[in-house]
Write a protein that binds this ligand. Structure first.
Ligand code: NAD
Ligand code: TYD
Length: 379
């Protein structure tokens, strides 16, 4: 039986990963470590926490004593580090928090793992490691910086981050690799493109657009909407991480992406059209448009759901123009390929949000409103 420490699993991708591995592998035990920041929501994973196979610890990845205590108590085989401050716009507001959590937090976990997993020294003085252990760092394609119209990020593309967020993730990757090169620590890194799917916090593009349509608000597009992101359904990312943790080669980086490049404007237009189609085909979903109920006596109208909702707003500072991943390495070495086409994934995602309005209300009940007003004004 393998025991995992999964950090940040009350957030978007970590929660999806937790659910995925618990369903896929019977013979595992998972400890979730999460500080429950504004982006973490215990409600997302509460049903998974059975205190037999899956345990929850509220805490900070920067806490040395806690990390040591957890390693001593649970004897982890794998660490999968999702915990991070993850939103570029917030990193522009408060860079230091990103550096503390994303770099020092990662380094703290690496050190705790080193203290727990080293068994001795080899003839050259390198540490020897407990068999079968692995530290996996969940990273991002944003470490490579920005592309022009052509080309793709491969694992050998030079690291060239621009935002405080991506600079902190790049630094963390370099520290992870330093532990591999210096101590021969068994590590792997995955660098994934933009994810979308259930449990995505509505400060990121796709869930924010869905939430705003449901609330009849304007849809803010930064700059001219021409920036390109390479979107991947979150479960495909989780499958890739699971493969790399179990079968990836130590000391290697794997890019994860599904060749699904779209401009932001295309994403917003597609989301509008898909919601409109779903509300037409399944009128029962119109219930979510409560704010329209007072205005319309009979059937709730959806005529207003169109591209006129789009509003072009001030561009993000240092906005990366284009991200696009070349996933050849993970496909050829580990047999990974994305399984969910975007047209299918976006429908699943929108339906999940329409069916889970209580979750949306729950996660946006705290600081969200203030953040929204700071970013977009009181519209
Ligand atoms: P998220 O913001 O939804 O979740 C982050 C989680 O980390 C939250 O549960 C939060 O409470 C927790 N956390 C934050 N600071 C912590 C700390 N100091 N100690 C313990 N827990 C802490 O993020 P996400 O979108 O799920 O991203 C997860 C990881 O994947 C991040 O490392 C991110 O850089 C990476 N990533 C994200 C994407 C994407 O599209 N969202 C793409 C590639 C890589
Ligand atoms: P985001 O979801 O924040 O992810 P990232 O910045 O990590 O790629 O943003 C995706 C793209 O959408 C990015 O180019 C910025 C843009 N964007 C908007 O145009 N409007 C918005 O309200 C948000 C949140 C993002």
């Amino acid at each position: 039986m393998k025991t995992y420490l999964v950090t940040g699993a009350a957030g978007f991708i970590g929660a999806n990963y937790l659910k995925y591995i618990l369903a896929k592998h019977e013979d595992i035990r998972v400890v979730v470590l999460d500080a429950l920041t504004y982006a973490g929501n215990l409600g997302t994973i509460v049903a998974d926490l059975d205190n037999e196979r899956c345990f929850f610890v509220k805490g900070d990845i920067c806490d040395r004593q806690l990390a040591d205590q957890l390693f001593a108590e649970y004897r982890f085989d794998y660490v999968v580090n999702f915990a991070a401050e993850s939103h570029v716009d917030r990193s522009i507001e408060n860079p230091q928090l990103f550096l503390i959590t994303n770099i020092l937090g990662t380094q703290n976990l690496l050190d705790a793992a080193r203290r727990a997993w080293v068994t001795g020294k080899d003839a050259q003085g390198y540490p020897t490691w407990q068999k079968g252990v692995r530290f996996h760092q969940v990273s991002t394609d944003e470490v490579y910086g920005s592309l022009g119209e052509e080309g793709y990020f491969t694992e050998t593309t030079p690291l060239c981050p621009h935002s405080p967020y991506s600079a902190s993730k790049t630094s963390a990757d370099m520290v992870v690799m330093a532990y591999h090169d210096t101590y021969k620590m068994p590590v792997t890194i995955t660098r994934c493109s933009n994810n979308y799917g259930p449990y995505h916090f509505p400060e990121k593009l796709i869930p924010l657009i869905i939430k705003n349509i449901v609330e009849g608000k304007k849809l803010p597009v930064y700059g001219d909407g021409s920036n390109v992101r390479d979107w991947l359904y979150v479960e495909d990312h989780c499958k890739a991480i699971d493969l790399v943790v179990r079968k990836g080669t130590k000391g290697e980086v794997y890019n994860v992406g599904g060749h699904n490049e779209k401009t932001n404007l295309e994403i917003v237009k597609l989301t509008i059209a898909t919601i409109r189609r779903l509300l037409t085909e399944k009128p029962e979903y119109r219930e979510v448009l409560k704010h329209k109920q007072k205005e319309d006596r009979g059937e709730i109208s959806i005529d207003w759901i169109d591209e006129n909702l789009i509003t072009f707003v001030k561009d993000r500072l240092g906005h990366d123009q284009r991200y696009a991943i070349d996933p050849t390495k993970i496909s050829s070495e580990l047999g990974w390929s994305p399984e969910t086409r975007f047209e299918e994934g976006i429908v699943k995602t929108i339906e999940w949000y329409l069916n889970n309005q209580i979750w949306v209300e729950e996660v946006t009940s705290g600081d969200y409103q203030k953040y929204y007003e700071r970013m977009y004004g009181k519209k």
